[in-house]
Design a protein around this ligand. Sequence first.
Ligand code: CA
Length: 229
Amino acid sequence: MEKATILLVEDEESLASFVKTELELEGYQVIWVQDGRAALEAFNHGSITLILLDWMLPVYDGLTVLRRIRQSSDIPIIMITARSQTSDISMALDQGLDDYITKPFEIEELLARVRVIIRRLNQSKPASHDYQFGPFHLDLLKHQFAVNDQAVHLTPKEFALMLALMEQPGTVLTRDDLLNQIWGYDFDGQTNTVDVYIRALRNKLGDYRNLIKTVRGIGYQLEANHNEA
Ligand code: CA
């Protein structure tokens, strides 16, 4: 899964650099800007997953930024508010704010709120283009496959086979399932075709070849090695 990018809009430098560091430790990429206009520019630039938005900001305040962004996007926004704004928060929620946290806050609480939203985003993604299983990473859009971040070239059939396995990790796929899915129902070649391709695929996986398990008499399955090194 790709790293989430968080746009942090906060003009208090010490707070911002603390929050930025904590988010980065959690594995997020962070873009930090200090005023409302820069926030809109960074947002328009694209590839932001979530926005952490301070309310009181130079140029445009957080509420203005929220309204502008909501005209075109439902990107998750968590607002950072001071106590004095809590009475206005229901208005912001009405305008599409997802969540808020009141200063001063515990960093763990902020991180938890971010995590909840990111998890929800990942679950609601209709169709993934990105599959991860242990050391394997398959990017459907770029048609790339990598083992531990090292690109591994797969033929189109090997790629399709890997995709089928990675779409349903832990599920046993029968030879017929795989033949139908990858070669098509009217395929009239050898029944051991799947085995031949699985062997070729395993040869490209090096030390991780055993993550593709043979389920005797049935088919194949992608499964984590719990007992083996
Ligand atoms: Ca502020």
